[in-house]
Design a protein. Structure first.
Length: 312
């Protein structure tokens, strides 16, 4: 391992200009103690604040700081993809820019991966997040694991270190709908875990609103599983079975008692309910078709507007 010690650090950046100087200072100190050959790659994902100008200033005083500026906001997982496409390290650290992923934990990840693993994940114990974020994260991974068939640990985020071999294989995956953690899990390379301390947010607030999280969750589940389609089929058969049982009941009452069966209210309720189920199933099918349509267009995953430290 002695001759394979180039470390790349990939950091997607969105609305965290107030963190960047502190983050860079701590990263430069920690990573330089591990190796003299490293690079810190910031990927500015259409951030509307002063992040790019701050990074430009930081890079002017240290050639090991590099940056990509995407043409617009593509999303965190696309920004990570862009950063990985530009890395040249033997070991690549992925972390967030809010300093909740603490640079001081990188040596733990690095020392663990030198034991022969391809992926080492940072497992957060006590999360320094709001109750809403903790709850939404827990529920998302419960549903995601159920629908995808994976066993993803909700205590694990993007913070990790991976080998160059993993990055080279990850570059082959061109799904338009991207969930970095799920893609890494699916690849199946040898993985270890390291417990780390989850820090408080240094400044700023999370950009993930409830509706953004909900939309992201739906996209990711659709992209990684066809189980919603199979569940909709089961619901359809189940509703048909109930309708048949109810129909037999109505028929038996009519024949045995010889009376007309009143049922206007129940009929209307049933019609509206079944119409809702049908619309739900059509909606699920439509979302899948939309994802297929997006994939078949074959568009690039992102566009780079400006670079610092890389050749144009």
């Amino acid at each position: 391992m002695a001759n394979k010690n180039f470390i790349s650090v990939v950091i997607p950046v969105y609305k965290c200009s107030g963190n960047l100087i502190e983050l860079s200072n701590r990263l430069l100190k920690i990573v330089s103690e591990l190796t003299k050959t490293f690079e810190i790659i910031y990927v500015v994902d259409g951030s509307p604040d002063e992040s790019w100008s701050v990074i430009t200033s930081l890079a002017s005083s240290n050639e090991q700081i590099k940056a990509l500026k995407l043409s617009r906001n593509f999303g965190q997982h696309y920004a990570v993809t862009a950063g990985l496409d530009y890395t040249k390290g033997d070991w690549i650290v992925i972390m967030d820019c809010d300093l909740q992923d603490q640079p001081e934990e990188i040596p733990k990840l690095y020392n663990k991966i030198l034991e022969g693993y391809d992926v080492v994940l940072a497992r957060r114990g006590k999360r320094e997040d709001t109750f809403f974020k903790k709850l939404s994260n827990y529920l998302f991974y419960k549903v995601f694991n159920f629908l995808s068939g994976m066993k993803y640990d909700p205590q694990v985020g993007a913070f990790r270190i991976i080998s160059k071999k993993v990055v080279n294989n990850f570059r082959l995956m061109k799904e338009q709908t991207r969930f970095f953690n799920g893609l890494m899990e699916w690849m199946g390379f040898s993985t270890a875990y390291v417990d780390v301390t989850h820090g408080e947010r240094f400044s700023g607030e999370t950009s993930y609103t409830f509706f953004k999280l909900l939309r992201f969750s739906i996209d990711i589940i659709i992209a990684h599983s066809d189980k919603p389609l199979r569940i909709s089929i089961f619901i359809g058969f189940f509703m048909s079975f109930l309708s048949m049982i109810y129909g037999l009941y109505i028929l038996s009452v009519s024949l045995t008692d010889g009376i007309a069966v009143s049922g206007w209210s129940s009929l209307m309720i049933s019609m509206y309910f079944l119409a809702g189920v049908i619309m739900m199933n059509l909606g699920i099918l439509g979302v899948y078709l939309g994802k297929v349509f997006s994939q078949t267009k074959g568009r690039p995953l992102y566009f780079v507007d400006k670079v610092i430290g890389f050749s144009e």
